[in-house]
Design a protein around this ligand. Sequence first.
Ligand code: BTN
Length: 341
Amino acid sequence: MKEKILKMLKESSPAYISGEEMAGKLQTSRTSVWKNIKLLQKSGYSVQGSSRRGYRLVETPDLLYPAEISEGLLTEIVAKSPEVIHHFMQVDSTNNCLKLLAEEGAPEGTVVVAEEQTAGKGRLGRSWSSPRGKGIVFSVLLRPPKPLEEISIFTLLTAVAVTRAVRKKLPGIDAGIKWPNDILVKGRKICGILTELKAEADRLHYLVVGIGLNFNHTSDDFPTELKKSATSIFLENDGRHTDRKETTREILREMDSMYREYLTMGAEGILEQWKDLNITLGRKITIKSLRESFAGSALDVDKYGALIVAGPGGERKRFVTGEITTQEFKTRDRDKSPSKL
Ligand code: BTN
């Protein structure tokens, strides 16, 4: 009922719509309309009431409610309806929350989005700082009918989707992908992606792809140790406002279209796009994996998304996971230390 009333208010905005008209369309009482208007106001919607003219939507809150995100979204798998988008003001981690839903049988494309995470998770056991309303943090459930060895492609695919969305929203922004899936702007990290999965033998049950895009952060919003190495859309847009809801929609649209492309046409196109947007290949890097630290030139990514590195003697090594450091990502003078994001 609340969602239907919101839809009517939006459709008639900026004009008023009478309580009687809404009650008639919904076959309910004017009191019930009034109660739902109160609920909308409690959720942050600014709705003006006039005894003669009815109700008018003045402002929507800057919150990533399902009704807001799904407006004009038109996706086919990812977040395809408001019913599969779950919004929380606060969760420990959207990945954790979505894994619980996945275990209960949530459909592919289900999204968990939060305004704040109290225990946001990063790669390699790190944490991901997620203060309220500052970032765009959400997780997407995928159930691809694909073999386990292809899982890295989903992370690359997501990095491409976010980079494209960011570039579309802010055409001047020079966002690039550091292998495997960090998104950097002028050497500073603006987005991280954490993919978790459930699999059995070689059968993939589901993937939870978690995205954390630094959005409204000022430098004070980052923990001290990240102040030099992190950035946000707000900072890169010279302190100008960017629409958080529209950016979220754009990421979901890109993810949906790339995921469908992958399902129908395979990884080739995804890898091409990743290579186009990457800032890793051709650079001298040091990669730390669980087993070793290896210095060399980043040559290529193979069809599974693994990084191929050539050592000083020309020997080639393949890395499925690991963390890269390089001086060269840094383009700002004051950053002399190796990037470790
Ligand atoms: C990284 O270390 O770069 C990955 C960061 C991933 C953070 C996102 S925020 C939404 C989702 N939920 C989590 O707990 N982590 C991911």
